[in-house]
Ligand binder design. Structure first.
Ligand code: ASP
Length: 444
């Protein structure tokens, strides 16, 4: 069985076991299952795995981006890649939210519903655009890396890459070293992914066991419409965009993106999924690292199609529940605000709701309305993160194709870059060679 199949099995088993625990009520407060299994074993293994993925993000982005910039070797091309990906990210997000508002409004979702707020929601202020722009330039790059501030890290890495290029010949040793470090980081991704089947099982079993089923029943309309639009965006809109802008086969895309989607679904974080997205896009789709190293982390931060869809549907839903008529102007503001809000906020679990509070404040919808949908957001976050990550991969592929940085034969090869658990091994000969080299240095 290859790794994707194993992860799929882990995912399915996790969902079944988690739902089983939930529906049978085995996870009642204080029960053994709740204390030691769901919030014990499942929680610990899942969190350890997410930490392992997050651990890779900063060094991976840094090394791969510096390698990428040095690989392009042409600053103008870098600007073109930046502009194109930014434009496509904004365009797809705008289309996503417009579709969401259009469909949700025509269905009249939430109309006549007499819902009472079930949870307190205190909105946090999203950073104003001016601050986002200022913060792109890190006053202290080490601090930016420690905090995982993606836009600042991207900025610093690009500048470093350009400076290395300007130093020229003298820096070749450094470029080689960073290239090697990048390769080593990619190997670490492979290593950690080998554990995915077990971790994904734990993450999903815990998420499903803790799902508020009673709420799900009450909000079933909202959940079904939202998931329907998310799937529509993933299977129709994004695939049309891919076909129109690159001519590549959506069928192959959908097959190969599965791994990254499962990771996004299990972790609810586009940021934590960066290592997997980067690997999928470069090794399975054939996107050159010079493009992917920029577009993937950039997309994980600024591109959130799934989140925008949630915001569109939630706005219509809550406006209807509270009988507020937003009108065309109101909805246009929602579209603009949502697209802007997605730029400065990183892809971490639950950030979509925080961004939503900013949108609500702008159009005058009651913030406590968000408390209404809070209980089901955990599940929806999983689905929309998978859509977010798919959007990043679509745009990366399109931009690479348009710049001649896509190896179409890799894209079309169904087995290219597919991962087997036996990939995680150390060549005995190499092991011996390194050991004897070390011994020789020690003797000296
Ligand atoms: N969890 C999402 C992501 O990481 C963001 C959100 O919608 O909350 O992409």
């Amino acid at each position: 069985m290859n790794l994707t199949m194993k992860v799929l099995v882990g995912m399915a088993l996790g969902i079944v076991v988690g739902l089983g625990i939930n529906l049978t009520g085995l996870n009642g407060a204080g029960s053994f299952i709740n204390e030691f299994v769901v919030n014990g074993g499942f929680h610990v293994v899942g969190k350890m795995f997410v930490n392992a993925l997050k651990m890779l993000v900063v060094p991976l982005v840094l090394f791969s981006l510096i390698t990428g910039v040095c690989g392009i070797g042409d600053i103008k091309l870098l600007g073109k890649i930046g502009t194109k990906s930014f434009a496509l990210y904004m365009l797809t997000t705008a289309v996503a939210i417009a579709t969401a508002i259009g469909i949700a409004a025509s269905i009249g979702i939430g109309k006549g519903m007499n819902a009472t707020t079930t949870a307190e929601f205190t909105g946090r202020e999203a950073p104003p655009l001016s601050q986002v722009l200022i913060d792109i330039i890190p006053s202290n790059p080490i601090n930016a890396m420690a905090q995982g501030e993606m836009l600042s890290i991207i900025f610093f890495a690009i500048l470093l890459g350009i400076s290395i290029l300007m130093v020229g010949k003298k820096a070749t040793g450094l470029v080689e070293l960073i290239e090697i470090l990048n390769e080593v980081m990619m190997k670490m991704v492979t290593l950690i992914m080998a554990l995915a089947p077990y971790a994904v099982f734990c993450l999903l079993a815990k998420a499903m066991a803790n799902l508020g089923m009673d709420l799900l029943g009450q909000l079933i309309g909202y959940v079904v419409v939202l998931i329907g639009i998310l799937l529509f965006h993933l299977f129709v809109t994004l695939q049309l965009v891919l076909k129109i802008f690159s001519g590549l086969s959506p069928r192959i895309f959908l097959k190969k993106i599965r791994n990254a989607q499962i990771f996004a679904f299990s972790t609810s974080s586009s940021n934590a999924t960066i290592p997997v997205t980067l690997r999928t896009v470069t090794e399975r789709f054939g996107v050159n690292n010079s493009v992917a190293s920029f577009t993937v982390p950039f997309g994980a931060t600024i591109n959130m199609d799934g989140t925008a869809i949630m915001q569109g549907v939630a706005t219509v839903f809550i406006a209807n529940v509270y009988n507020v008529d937003l009108g065309i102007a109101g909805y246009l503001t929602v579209i603009i605000m949502s697209v802007l809000a997605s730029v400065g906020t990183a892809g971490v679990p639950g950030v979509g709701l925080i961004m939503l509070s900013m949108v609500f404040a702008q159009v005058g919808l009651p913030l406590e309305g968000i408390g209404l949908i809070l209980g089901v957001d955990r599940l929806l976050d999983m689905v929309r993160t998978a859509v977010n990550v798919s959007g990043d991969a679509v745009v990366s592929t399109i931009v690479a194709k348009s710049e001649g940085k896509l190896d179409v034969s890799v894209y079309n090869d169904p087995d290219a870059g597919s991962l087997n658990t036996d990939d995680v091994h150390i060549d005995k000969d190499v092991e011996m060679e390194i050991a004897s080299a070390l011994e020789a240095t020690n003797k000296k």
